[in-house]
Design a protein around this ligand. Structure first.
Ligand SMILES: Cc1cc2nc3c(=O)[nH]c(=O)nc-3n(C[C@H](O)[C@H](O)[C@H](O)COP(=O)(O)OP(=O)(O)OC[C@H]3O[C@@H](n4cnc5c(N)ncnc54)[C@H](O)[C@@H]3O)c2cc1C
Length: 406
């Protein structure tokens, strides 16, 4: 009997992780209720990079086509030295890379990815979506969960998923490890219409200009209509939130030592949004009874491997698989799910910090970086990312798609 599937799973947070979790459950026939604090379901922010690994999840969720229709498929990942202006290394993304990883590397506007997930959720009769409801209290009972919102609304369900991001309140109930850890870095981001991007930098590549304690990233978005710019520098400032105003004067001062092309690109932007970068050290378990976490609530990571959203979507598929495998025994499924995930997500959390050190290296460390990366062949590059971009077999060995509810 599959009656248990009709009792809703409550999902706190309607970001990329929460929507993906609802969709993955619904594809297994399991009902879900998403509860989002914002007045409407939408994403702020700019670009997001998608590794070939997440396309296996899009296959499972039936989303390869709509995502691909909105994505740009870059030719290379390039690292430039932002002091000398010289190329350090490039990873070609077509040819051998594509043959090895089967799926592409892609760039997409965060709002577009969110919209694709939202549209799929809205199409499903198994998913209900409520916006404008901030969850303030979560309780577990013998056979279910209940939550209360700031406006006094109550929800009951069979289990609960905290998909409430890096400042997760659900995490405090499950893991209880306080505030996330500031990395000592500040990020400024902006989106520029391609017409305003200097012609010589309109590359169809994902480019990192690495400098001492600073770096700049740019890549095309929206089938080439826009460019995404992200500038990062070291700072001790701490401010919670994702969307504060960023003072350009501070940015120019931090990037004063960089080469002319980098400063030219920074000067193109009039209005920056900024936020303080945080993560947490990996933990082994992020479930308690009928409550678990996905995405940044479970394993927040620095953005330097460009995998936070990718990991959230992988979590969603894994979690739904475990619930289906355990036939609705949520405590057992929620024990099995972090066990299947923590070594992979922990590795990404740790390696993202290492990449940050690489991007910001100075002195001897920078010389070594340039020398080591510069000597790499395309085969070396592929070998270096196999652990991350290969088919995540533990997630793709599942019931055939025919058994899914679309
Ligand atoms: C500069 C930067 C660049 C990045 N680039 C990439 C990239 O290239 N590729 C990649 O994969 N990842 C990238 N990431 C990471 C990625 O953005 C995150 O990992 C991802 O958005 C996490 O999704 P989430 O759903 O877990 O959390 P969020 O996107 O934070 O969503 C959480 C949701 O929960 C809601 N919420 C919170 N509290 C409550 C509450 N109490 N009640 C109800 N709702 C609540 C919030 O309003 C929000 O909608 C980047 C991050 C940064 C900072």
């Amino acid at each position: 009997m599959d009656d248990w599937k009709d009792r809703e799973v409550l999902i706190v947070g309607g970001g990329i992780g929460g929507l993906a979790a609802a969709l993955a459950l619904a594809r297994r026939g399991i009902a879900a209720q998403i509860i989002e604090q914002a007045a409407e379901f939408k994403e702020i922010g700019a670009g997001i990079q998608l590794g070939p690994n997440v396309f296996w999840m899009f296959e499972a969720l039936g989303l390869v086509e709509p995502v691909s229709a909105l994505a740009v498929f870059p030719d290379n990942l390039i690292m430039m030295d932002s002091i000398t202006g010289e190329e350090v290394t490039r990873v070609p993304l077509r040819g051998a890379f594509r043959r090895r990883f089967k799926h592409p590397y892609a760039l997409i506007h965060r709002a577009d990815l969110h919209q694709v997930l939202l549209a799929a959720c809205r199409k499903s009769a198994r998913i209900r979506l409520d916006a404008g409801q901030k969850v303030v209290d979560v309780e577990e009972t013998a056979d279910g969960v209940s939550v209360t919102t700031a406006g006094g609304k109550a929800y009951r369900g069979a289990a609960l998923i905290g998909a409430d991001g890096i400042w997760s309140m659900v995490r405090q109930i499950v893991v209880g490890d306080g505030a996330p850890r500031p990395a000592g870095h500040i990020t400024y981001r902006a989106v520029l219409p391609t017409a305003e991007m200097p012609e010589k930098f309109r590359w169809r590549d994902m480019v990192v200009w690495a400098g001492e304690k600073v770096h700049l990233v740019h890549y095309p978005l929206r089938t080439g209509d826009l460019f995404n710019l992200v500038a990062v520098f070291h700072s001790n400032r701490y401010e919670e939130g994702w969307d504060s105003y960023g003072d350009p004067a501070e940015l120019y001062e931090r990037f004063a030592q960089t080469c002319e092309p980098v400063r030219t690109l920074l000067a193109k932007i009039e209005s920056w949004r900024m936020w303080v970068v945080c993560d947490r050290p990996p933990v082994k378990d992020w479930s308690r009874g009928r409550i678990t976490l996905v995405g940044d609530a479970a394993h927040p990571m620095l953005q330097y491997l460009a995998q936070g959203a990718n990991m959230a979507i992988e979590d969603a598929v894994c979690l739904a698989d475990k619930v289906a495998e355990h036939d609705g025994d949520y405590p057992a499924a929620f024990r099995a799910y972090p066990l299947a995930r923590y070594l992979r997500t922990g590795r990404v959390q740790i390696m993202a910090r290492v990449y940050g050190e690489f991007f910001h290296a100075g002195g001897v460390a920078k010389e070594l970086r340039n020398m080591m990366l510069g000597a790499r062949t395309p085969e070396d590059h592929i070998a270096g990312v196999e652990w991350l971009y290969s088919e995540p077999k533990e997630l793709t060995r599942r019931t055939p798609a025919a058994a899914m509810v679309s």
